[in-house]
Design a protein around this ligand. Structure first.
Ligand code: UDP
Ligand code: MG
Length: 317
């Protein structure tokens, strides 16, 4: 098979209702470019028969290359595997649920041909999502923007095109707790955004419950910022500063015979508050320490039970 110019990557977790339609729309768009392309589908441990549909699509069209995980490793890891298997000169990441309209890929490609190496799609509108999801996502992007060192574009998900040069760099970054949009911003290169309106899901429900969103937010913060670790220092300085200021005040009040310690409430509040702050700080330390431990163990990022045919099986990354 000739080397594809474009690789389209879609992470798949229980998306059996969307896959055929995804393939149809991606084919339509990509065939119109007149250049060779491939569709890398990564089954992230689905239990709804998604991998059977992937296999069927691959049997009918060799441009479809299914990668099947041994279990659910999470969206960011599934995309990572897609990046590892992709062979194109330009690689596009897209959601399998058709919330990212494949037609937008043509606009991404146009910018790539102008010489941009990362072309990310910026959500202008979101259809069919709860106000809770939209509001939390909006807060999340703005919080990340403020406290991380890397300027990650606002309202931008993983839907993007990346040049081979960028993908090769990303593929050398094997950190476990991954926030790909941050990593892509961190590597630099010529980047540009393209606005699009995010569609409603084609079928099924979100595979990102609040717990997974929180995990992603946590990974984003800890991967790109020490701010939580430094928080303990700031609070410590403020508390110590207040303590020092209090000494002359207390002495002065005592000397003038002021009766102010009526109960123990003030002491109790101070002890409880500082105790709480200390425990939280310990927890934050633990969070970073655990991540260091995860990295040191150096386990594979994912385990593949089925690689695209004519590639070695049981590939471990
Ligand atoms: N996904 C995945 N593994 C997971 C969760 C989600 O591969 O553990 C895939 C999912 O199939 C979809 C994409 O990641 O293609 C985005 O997930 P989803 O649409 O559920 O997220 P939302 O759009 O609601 O934020
Ligand atoms: Mg979605």
């Amino acid at each position: 098979m000739t080397q594809p110019i474009y690789s389209i990557i879609a992470p798949v977790y229980n998306e059996h209702e969307s896959l055929t339609e995804l393939y149809r729309r991606v084919s339509q768009v990509m065939d119109s470019t007149g250049e060779p392309w491939e569709l890398v589908l990564v089954d992230d441990g689905s239990r709804d028969g998604s991998s059977q549909i992937m296999r069927k699509l691959a049997d009918e069209d060799s441009k479809v290359r299914p990668v099947v995980f041994a279990r659910n490793f999470g969206h960011q890891i599934a995309v990572t595997a897609g990046l590892d298997y992709a062979r194109g000169k330009a690689v596009v990441i897209i959601d399998a649920d058709l919330q990212d309209p494949p037609e937008v890929i043509l606009e991404l490609i146009a910018k790539w041909k102008e010489g941009y190496q990362v072309v990310y799609a910026v959500r202008e509108e979101r259809e069919g999502e709860s106000w809770f999801k939209t509001a939390t996502a909006s807060i999340f992007y703005r919080l990340i923007y403020r406290i991380t060192d890397v300027k990650i574009p606002l309202d931008t998900g993983d839907f993007r095109l990346m040049d081979r040069a960028v993908v090769d760099v990303l593929n050398t970054m094997r950190e476990r707790h991954r926030f790909l949009r941050g990593m892509a911003a961190w590597v630099g290169f010529r980047q540009i955004g393209v606005p699009y309106s995010r569609a409603a899901r084609f079928a099924g429900t979100t595979k990102y419950p609040l717990s997974k969103m929180l995990k992603l937010a946590e990974n984003a913060v800890t991967s790109f910022s020490y701010f939580p670790l430094q928080l303990a220092t700031y609070i410590g300085f403020i508390a110590a500063g207040l303590g020092i200021l209090a000494i002359p005040v207390v002495i002065a009040l005592r000397l003038t015979g002021w009766q102010f310690f009526i109960g123990q409430a003030t002491t109790l509040i101070a002890v409880l508050f500082l105790g709480g702050v200390q425990l939280i700080s310990l927890g934050i330390l633990g969070e970073y320490l655990g991540r260091v431990y995860d990295e040191v163990r150096g386990r594979p990022l994912y385990i593949v039970s089925e690689a695209p045919s004519n590639e070695e099986e049981n590939k471990i990354e």
